[in-house]
Every structure is written in structure tokens, then in C-alpha cells.
Design a protein. Structure first.
Length: 331
């Protein structure tokens, strides 16, 4: 429809309807391509934090603990600051001075050559489980060394199986207990209905976590005594309690305990050497305020002793009244 005014001008022909594409530089095709490219760049920049989060492997510890690459593990740290006491009075808080790969290599360098190959495959898993259940990692490794010599297929004459030599009856008990109280790395629900002899106890992930949890449980049962908990791991907690009730020596002359102690001493060899040669990183970076520096300086002369006298003690006189109560009155 055309609208004409007094001058008889055709406004529809003069003012053509324009779309937003008409205002783009160049042709419509070039403008559309430029707009699409701008949107793509904006979207990439907006999604970069999310993409980098997925690419960096920053996943929850429960899902990424055993899927980390070597570079990721080398950058991360172990932390055992929640461990109240160690098996051999070793300072476990300074483990944080090492990256994961460095700490693992320090343990491997302390291990005999004939055992190093077997330990290397399961060392990260054992350290992760020790960290999860807040127990001395060297203690867990020493028990594993004594039990199986780091052989996941080891089976004893009493049918103890795997790296930590878990008995089928003990494994059945641990599955029930851990399913109620712990978030495990293996699916306990699928093992609840399995008979003790059919449990996959030689599976390293299951075996190591059961062993670390059992050591933590025994340590709690025997009031934090690593000596009794270690003997109970071999003898059974009921056997240790019977000996304690009868006042029999427990863990005094015990061959199993002696083996664990020797393994522990060997595994901590290079770690203790490092602690002896190096002070904590913060020891040389302590800064005192000027006022505190003066206080911290040793006194050149001994402080003069202050002489003063105590006030005299008031003398007490006893006054008695006939037929009334007696009381003491100070003069």
C-alpha cells in the first residue's frame, strides 16, 4: 500500500524497509560470518574455566585417586597430619614437604631391590588408603611386607590371601562393618551376600583398603597401642585379649612384631635421613617484630632478685562465751 502526501511523493519507494543485516559492513554474507566468529570466540572465552577444570583432572579424590596421571600425582601431596601417633615415633607431618612422586621414590629407594618391583605397582594405592584412614603409612607398608612380600597372589596355609593376607572370615566381617560406616573405593553392596570363601580378596584395591581399615580398627580397639594392634593383626584380637586377661606377656617376645619392626625401620631409612639433614622449611623463615627481638635476646646480666617481705600474719585470739558459740576473732 502506498501513502502519498501533498507533494505526491511515493514514500515506500524512497524509504525502503531495511533489516539488521543491511547495517553490517560489507555484504550480508560477510557480516553474518563475522558475527558467528565473534559469538564463537565469546563462547570459548566464557567456557574456558570449565574446560580447564575438566582438563586439569581436578576431580574429587574419591573418583580420581587411582586414575591420576604420573604428572598429576607428582604435583599433589600426601598429608598425614591427622595421624596422632606413629608406629615408630616418626614425624609424619613433614611428609607434606614432598610431592607424591618424591615421597614414593623415597620409600622405594629404602626398599631392597628384590622387593622394589612388587611394591612399586601398589605403593600409591597403599599410601592413599593410609591417608584415608589416618594411619601411619610406613606401618601399613611394613605389615604388607611382612605378610606377603608385596605379592598380590600370596596365599598362606590358613587361606589368608592377598597383599595384606586377609582371612575369608575377617574379610566377611570387614565387608559388613565397612558397608555401614565407610565410603569405600570398592562396592561393598555387591559383596554383602557373597560367602567368605568367594570374596575377591586377592583384588589389590579391595585387599589394601580392608587391611588399612582393619589396622585402624585394631588400633582403636587397643587404645592406640601399635604394639598390641600389630600382634592382633597376626594373632587375632580375641587372642590378644585372652592373654591380657590372664596377665600373660603380649608383644614382648613376638617374632611377627619383630619382623614388622625391621621392615618399618628399613622403609623409613631414607625419610629419617632427610629429616636429620634438613630443618623444616619454616624454621629459618620465622620473623620477629622489633619489640620481640629485644625480648628474644639473651640477657647480658642476670636479673636482680627482688627482695620483699610478706605482711605480718594477724594473730588469732580465741574468745569463749559461756552458753554461746565460740568463734575466732583476729586482733
Amino acid at each position: 500500500m502506498k501513502f502519498e502526501n501533498a507533494l505526491e511523493l511515493d514514500w515506500d519507494s524512497l524509504l525502503k524497509r531495511r533489516s539488521w543485516l543491511d547495517y553490517l559492513p560489507g555484504s550480508r554474507v560477510a557480516g553474518t560470518i563475522a558475527l558467528i566468529l565473534a559469538l564463537m570466540i565469546w563462547g570459548a572465552l566464557s567456557l574456558w574455566p570449565v574446560l580447564s577444570w575438566f582438563g586439569s583432572g581436578s576431580l574429587p579424590m574419591s573418583t580420581a585417586r587411582f586414575t591420576q596421571t604420573k604428572a598429576q600425582r607428582d604435583f599433589d601431596l600426601y598429608s598425614f597430619h591427622h595421624v596422632q601417633t606413629s608406629f615408630g615415633t616418626v614425624d609424619l607431618k613433614r611428609v607434606r614437604e614432598f610431592q607424591k612422586g618424591q615421597f614414593e621414590n623415597l620409600i622405594l629407594s629404602s626398599t631392597p631391590d628384590f622387593l622394589r618391583g612388587g611394591l612399586r605397582d601398589y605403593l600409591p594405592m597403599a599410601l592413599d588408603m593410609a591417608q584415608k584412614y589416618s594411619v601411619d603409612p610406613f606401618w601399613v607398608l611394613a605389615v604388607m611386607w611382612t605378610e606377603s612380600h608385596f605379592n598380590p597372589q600370596a596365599t598362606s596355609r590358613v587361606d589368608a590371601q592377598g597383599l595384606m593376607q586377609i582371612m575369608p572370615t575377617t574379610g566377611h566381617y570387614l565387608v559388613k562393618k565397612m558397608s555401614r560406616f565407610e565410603e569405600t573405593e570398592f562396592e561393598t553392596d555387591k559383596l554383602l551376600g557373597v560367602l567368605p570363601n568367594d570374596l575377591p580378596l586377592k583384588e589389590p584395591k579391595i585387599n589394601i583398603e580392608m587391611g588399612a581399615y582393619y589396622l585402624k580398627n585394631l588400633l582403636h580397639q587397643f587404645s592406640g597401642s601399635h604394639r598390641l594392634a600389630t600382634v592382633a593383626y597376626n594373632m587375632g584380637p580375641n587372642g590378644v585379649r585372652r592373654r591380657l586377661r590372664r596377665n600373660l606377656p603380649t608383644g614382648v617376645q613376638n617374632l611377627y612384631l619383630d619382623k614388622v619392626r625391621r621392615a618399618y625401620k628399613r622403609l623409613t631409612r631414607d625419610y629419617l635421613r632427610y629429616l636429620a639433614k634438613n630443618e623444616p622449611p619454616y624454621a629459618k623463615t620465622l620473623v620477629l617484630a622489633p619489640a620481640l627481638k629485644e625480648i628474644a635476646k639473651p640477657a647480658k646480666k642476670p636479673l636482680a632478685s627482688f627482695s620483699f617481705k610478706l605482711p605480718p600474719v594477724p594473730q588469732v585470739k580465741k574468745i569463749s562465751f559461756v552458753g554461746k558459740l565460740s568463734f575466732n576473732q583476729a586482733r
